[in-house]
Design a protein around this ligand. Sequence first.
Ligand code: ASP
Ligand code: MG
Length: 425
Amino acid sequence: MKVFKFGGASVKDAAAVKNVAEIIKRFPSDELIVVVSAMGKITNHLERLTDAFFYKKENAEAVLNEIKTYHLNIVNQLFEDKNHPFYQDIENTFVELYWAIEDEPTNEYNHEYDQIVSMGEVISSKIVSAYLNCAGIKNQWVDARGLIQTDNTYREGKVNFELTEELVKTDLFPVVHANKIVITQGFLGGTSENFTTTLGREGSDYTAAILAYCANAESVTIWKDVPGVLNADPKWFDNTVKINELTYQDAIELTYYGATVIHPKTIKPLQNKNIPLYVRSFIKPEDEGTVVKDTKKRLPIPSFIFKVDQLLISMQPKDFSFIAEDNLSSIFDTFFRHHVKIHVMQLSAINFSVCTDNDPRKIPALLKELQENYKVLYNEGVELCTIRYYDQATIERVVIDKQVLLEQKSRYTVQLVLKNAGVLR
Ligand code: ASP
Ligand code: MG
């Protein structure tokens, strides 16, 4: 049994969906669990829809019309027979969404968010499944919300692996054995009360890993618009090199600090069961790509990743005391309660600095609370650069034209907080 994951870019239009069919055809003798994301950038538009519904930021119905038109346009290109029953199915799915946004929001924001935003994956998986069946690739659509069980932490559902594993064995295995191919949704989970949760933005990779873990799959393949894992993001740098093979540990380090090619939570479940993860190009599916596995090989060259739109916060106790364990403990507690993740931190006698994502939904409230006890200074628009297996030449390459605000070195990794946007060089 293999798990495949197709992200938003790989199903962004009709041609892309047809290409997915071509890729699946290359594996005629495998049992496949196929995980798909919402099409293109639809999740962002569903977030807009949620805000329109919840905060009345814009006309919710107009936003939903846009979302529907985008999908129908793809459906029209995929199904020539306009009487195909799928047209009714997709119509019904949208009717439910229109109903959902007609009422006033009754629940908290994160709960409403998950009920609406999850529809991107529900719709895309239905389209892909129906199209594949239509194209002669027999498959069964499966609702991931009935398999991946989470608590009710909306927008960041915590997976109950034990329960999920049980459901995968009792409910998913028979469907896979009977149909050989199943199509399901990334990013989604379900609670014991049958509400929908999501696993955090870009969480579809994680879904693939959860299912592979629970099914003891032989491998996971993430099909991407890049040839594999590169030593730097081609968006910021030319002269990138593809890494053929890397360890789980290096993959975790690189993805945790911003290598967006794989979602960071993906690696651990696979490492625990020693399941290899392939990252391959959906544009050139014949190419080998990258494999993440248990290997002795270190990265062949320094790899560097940027997290942009970071915030560097420094705190000094207002009463001029030192930063001691009691302050630290309350500072960490504050970050924890505001769900703000610390990427790097540095401590001196009267100053504590941290680098975080500059998330407008979380940061203002965090800063306000910190300001009660600390003099808080912050730098917006900074970048965090992490270099794995660094050398001096690579450090010099990334800091050109930039001011280094903070630097931290360990044996294999250096992290730099830099001022100024990255430019291609
Ligand atoms: N559609 C979700 C997102 O855009 C999940 C994913 O693509 O992995 O965040
Ligand atoms: Mg995506």
